[in-house]
Design a protein around this ligand. Structure first.
Ligand code: BGC
Length: 584
């Protein structure tokens, strides 16, 4: 297995090595703005032509729900960690009920023959229907009443040709099933249902981001962007049909209005001209099953963050002339590709978190069981600013302090307690012997996790900012200062007319200042899902920091980020409903 080149510090101090890594993984605000500009360019290239890296897939979903929709539907969701089958009941009052069953998808299924994978999907739906017979009658297919309609959430790049069909473009997230790319995913699934003589019809195809957008709109009444920050990352937003030139000859173009576009932003800058690649990113990419694809996703999503961090750690374990981490020892977890799960990073960061007030006594007991040290917390803010305290502004480990007993003795009990908590997580999750992990190792690993995750959250902010800019809801913060008109939202699509179809408020210059202000101050709904945004400490906070630096605090404040709960299931149900309504 190729590994990142280890650090040689013959001509450098260990501290220089840490500084160097810190520098490589830190993003400056100016770079975030530059990346956002490049992102906007790729958005527009993808809207103009088929076959571009950022696929900008028209979803053929032309209205967003307003919460009044009703019906009972089956949904099948493939693309996250598990396969899920659900029955979704839309109550018509912004609420829904959902019963679901998760099924494991083995690596063998992910990488074997596509027909075997799709047969497994059909078997799972069959098993679900046996164990969960429909509670309320499923909304019948108008054409064939005894056939159950199903919405498929398929969270991979697909060139959608209609609401109920689309061609698989590539696999992502560790999938590589053979003989699938280039085929219609709905047909692959329907053929599997038919082979088993099941009375189920796949009527709608939806990406999980589109599902997140629709379900958030259904439950909250307004949403312009659905985004996933989980195993993978991606976003779908409401775009003006007039701004999608590649729809040229499609009947949808003539109808005008708005359409949800699945950006497939995970592929942003696959050409690798802008993103801040480090050797750790390059080795990850080279050894992945899809090198040179999903460049942006590999910086951001849960599937990859642990692996990037593992490469950072390995470079320090193997540093020459002397190891800088774990005394040069590596466990199976650390040696194996994908061995370090992103959830370990999350645990490490949580272990560091300050819960000092509640934990003061516990920390004192852990660090000082005999009660011989003074029961105060020197080094807490305001006490001695020269001491290393590892907090956000001072996270880079100080090799001199952490390497000698005298240095360690200078640390406050609070900091020692935090390091000790991190150390314990490393012993258990990375499977080290207790004596192999020092407090310095704990400080280094926690710093590495923080750097990699912070970079991911800042880049996530780039993607969200680009959508705000693309839809006219924001201007670049530096442009805004030089030209305030750039931040005036002319022709901003307003989500949700009474019937769930969005309407456009055209704010004409000078005529309606108050209306403009009101519109301008309206909340901007963003529906999100995924393990990082839900569980990784401070992911959203850091993403907002990025937004502020790109589009300014006024816009960031209006962005209302809410969980698109069960977005994949509810989104698929809503699409199935739209598909049935459209049936001739
Ligand atoms: C896929 C997207 C999906 C995202 C989040 C990416 O790998 O390409 O289609 O929306 O993961 O699940």
């Amino acid at each position: 297995m190729a590994s990142t080149s280890a650090y040689s510090y013959l001509h450098k101090s260990p501290q220089d090595v840490l500084n160097d890594i810190d520098f490589q993984l830190t993003l400056e605000p100016a770079l975030l703005t530059k990346l956002t500009k490049a992102f906007l360019e790729e958005i527009n290239v993808g809207l103009g032509r088929y076959g571009e890296d950022m696929a900008m897939v028209p979803s053929f979903v032309t209205g967003v729900p307003d919460g009044s929709e009703t019906g009972t539907f089956l949904a099948l969701d493939l693309g996250g960690t598990n396969l899920r089958v659900c029955e979704v009941v839309l109550n018509g009052d912004k609420t829904f009920r959902l019963r679901q069953q998760k099924y494991k998808v083995s690596d063998q299924l992910k990488t074997g023959e596509a027909t075997v994978l799709f047969d497994y999907l059909a078997d799972s739906v069959d098993a679900f229907l046996t164990t969960h017979p429909p509670e309320s009658p499923l909304s019948p297919d108008a054409e064939v009443p005894d056939v159950l309609p199903l919405g498929l959430t398929f969270s991979f790049p697909v060139e959608q040709t209609a609401l109920g069909s689309g061609t698989i473009l590539t696999w992502t997230k560790g999938f590589s099933a053979k003989n699938a790319i280039g085929n219609d995913v709905v047909k692959l699934l329907q053929d599997a249902f038919d082979r088993k003589h099941m009375h189920v019809k796949c009527v709608a195809l939806v990406n999980d981001t589109v599902g997140a957008l629709l379900s958030r709109a259904y439950t909250s009444g307004g949403c312009i962007l659905g985004a996933i920050f989980g195993t993978g990352t991606n976003g779908a937003y409401l775009e003006e049909v007039a701004k999608i030139p590649k729809l040229a000859n499609n009947p949808a173009a003539a109808k005008g209005g708005y359409m949800v576009v699945n950006t497939e932003w995970g592929a942003f800058n696959n050409k690798r001209t802008q993103l801040p690649f480090t050797p750790f990113d390059s080795v990850l990419d080279r050894t992945s099953i899809n090198p040179r694809f999903q460049a942006f996703e590999k910086f951001i999503s849960g599937m990859y963050l642990g692996e990037i961090t593992r490469h950072v750690l390995l470079s320090l374990i193997d540093a020459a002339p002397r190891p800088m981490l774990f005394g040069g020892k590596a466990t199976k977890v650390v040696n194996e590709q994908w061995g370090l799960d992103t959830s370990v990073m999350s645990e490490v960061e949580e272990a560091w978190e300050t819960r000092v007030v509640e934990e003061k006594e516990k920390v004192i007991k852990e660090v000082d069981p005999n009660g011989t040290e003074p029961r105060s917390f020197p080094g807490e803010i305001g006490e001695n600013p020269n001491l290393w305290d590892g907090d956000d502004h001072d996270i880079l480990p100080r090799w001199d302090i952490l390497s000698t007993p005298e240095g360690l003795a200078q640390l406050s009990l609070k900091v020692k307690g935090k390091l000790e908590r991190v150390r314990k997580v490393l012993v258990s999750r990375l499977e080290y012997a207790d004596g192999d992990v020092s407090l310095r190792d704990a400080a280094i690993v926690r710093w590495a996790c923080h750097l990699v995750a912070r970079r991911a959250a800042l880049l996530s902010g780039v993607a969200v900012a680009a959508i705000l800019l693309q839809t006219g809801r924001a201007g670049f913060v530096q442009d805004v200062h030089s030209d305030s008109s750039l931040n005036t939202p002319n022709d901003v699509p307003k989500v949700n007319g009474a019937n769930g179809i969005h309407v456009t408020d055209s704010v004409t210059n000078g005529t309606s200042k108050n209306a403009a202000k009101e519109e301008f101050e309206e909340k901007i709904g963003v529906g999100v899902d995924g393990s990082l945004i839900q569980f990784y400490p401070h992911f959203e906070r850091t993403m907002r920091e990025s937004l502020r630096s790109i589009v300014g605090a006024d816009v960031e404040r209006r962005v209302e980020i809410g969980l698109a709960k069960d977005g994949s299931g509810v989104g698929a149900a809503l699409c199935a409903l739209q598909a049935l309504k459209q049936e001739p």
